[in-house]
Write a protein that binds this ligand. Structure first.
Ligand code: AHM
Ligand code: MG
Length: 342
């Protein structure tokens, strides 16, 4: 077959990944991982869309490690993603919002990659059919991980392997999210820009819809849960006061949807610490860090108020962190409100 100079149609994710692998052979593993995650997201998208019909939009009778009542869909989405990752044979360790501890993947002991994910973020919105999403990040293992079943030191080996999950956002090699909303959109970065693909409901293929996403330096919206304002510190309250009459307010209450809008239109998204939650609500490893990776790759900025989120090294899997991310100039303005008391 003779290749034409210009592609005639919008590339599907499958074709885009094939082209990308040809140009970046060293990223072959990552592209295989991304392909499997995309399959998992497609499955979750179908399940979320039918949840009201299938009676799956309610709570489960289980509590997760963070003392949150799980939704039925949290549990299902977690299983779908675990399966999708397991069968790649490339992920040796996986950490999920819905699992107390990172999981060693038996089928792939010793393999190079660590996956972290929030299978269905914003699931409290599901009953109202509001947007939800899957967030994921991929690290390379940085601690040698060899587990020998016959070895009397097996427990020590496993403990050492689990350390691979505690890496800062700066070490991510890929991250992304899939948003389940009026359309299903997969947005990811392999470390060279941000790309978005929309699921075509007819062909069930992801097609390129957002090539090389760049976040504007300033944006028109701020996105905070202002119901918590009384609990915030004076820095955040001061910053929010400075925005009144300057920016519009938009808050879905699903991080994926709020970050997606912020990436496309610009502005700032924040979930600050408050008097009840000293480190905020969002989890560093599988929410804040992957989103920060994407926002930085799109030219934006991410901070906990005083330092880049990407530099925060987790000491535990479910550690929380205050989050401010979005347009670089907007996040700098917020940081200036913190600089007084450094
Ligand atoms: P979850 O992981 O339990 O779904 O919680 C995370 C979600 C984010 O998607 C969202 O930004 C935030 O919680 C909303 O919290 P709140 O309802 O306090 O505004
Ligand atoms: Mg979450």
């Amino acid at each position: 077959l003779r290749a034409t100079a210009e592609p005639m149609t919008t590339p599907t994710l499958t074709r885009w990944l094939l082209d990308h692998t040809r140009q970046n052979p060293s990223q072959e593993d990552l592209e295989a991982l991304l392909s499997s995650i995309a399959m998992g997201c497609k499955t979750i998208s179908g399940i979320v869309q039918r949840a009201g019909v299938d009676g799956l939009d309610g709570a489960a009778d289980t509590i997760n490690v963070q003392d949150e009542q799980q939704k039925q869909l949290d549990i299902i989405a977690n299983e779908v993603l675990k399966d999708a990752l397991r069968y790649t044979g490339k992920v040796g360790l996986a950490a999920s919002e819905e699992e107390a501890d990172p999981m060693l993947v038996e089928e792939a002991f010793g393999s190079k990659y660590v996956a972290v994910f929030d299978p269905l973020d914003g699931s409290s919105n599901v009953q109202a059919a509001v947007a939800t999403g899957t967030i994921f990040g991929i690290f390379k293992q940085n601690v040698e991980c060899l587990v020998d079943d016959d070895d009397e030191n097996m427990d020590d080996d496993q403990t050492r392997c689990l350390l691979n999950a505690l890496q800062p956002g700066r070490s991510l090699v890929a991250a992304g999210y899939c948003m389940y909303s009026s359309s299903t959109v997969l947005v990811f970065s392999l470390g060279d820009g941000v790309h978005g693909f929309t699921l075509d409901p007819r062909s069930q293929e992801f097609v390129l819809s957002h090539d090389d996403v760049r976040i504007p330096e300033r944006g028109p919206y701020y996105s905070f849960n202002e119901g918590n304002a009384k609990e915030w510190d004076a820095h955040v309250r001061g910053y929010l006061d400075s925005l009144q009459g300057v920016k519009g307010s938009r808050y879905v209450g699903s991080m994926v949807a709020d970050v997606h809008r912020t990436l496309l239109y610009g502005g700032i998204y924040g979930y600050p610490a408050d008097t009840k939650n000293k480190n905020g609500k969002l989890r560093l490893l599988y929410e804040a860090a992957p989103m920060s990776f994407l926002v930085e790759q799109a030219g934006g900025r991410c901070s906990d108020g005083r330092r880049p989120i990407m530099d925060v090294v987790p000491s535990s899997v479910h550690q929380r962190v205050p989050v401010f991310l979005g347009s670089s100039e907007d996040v700098r303005d917020l940081e200036a409100f913190y600089s007084d008391d450094l």
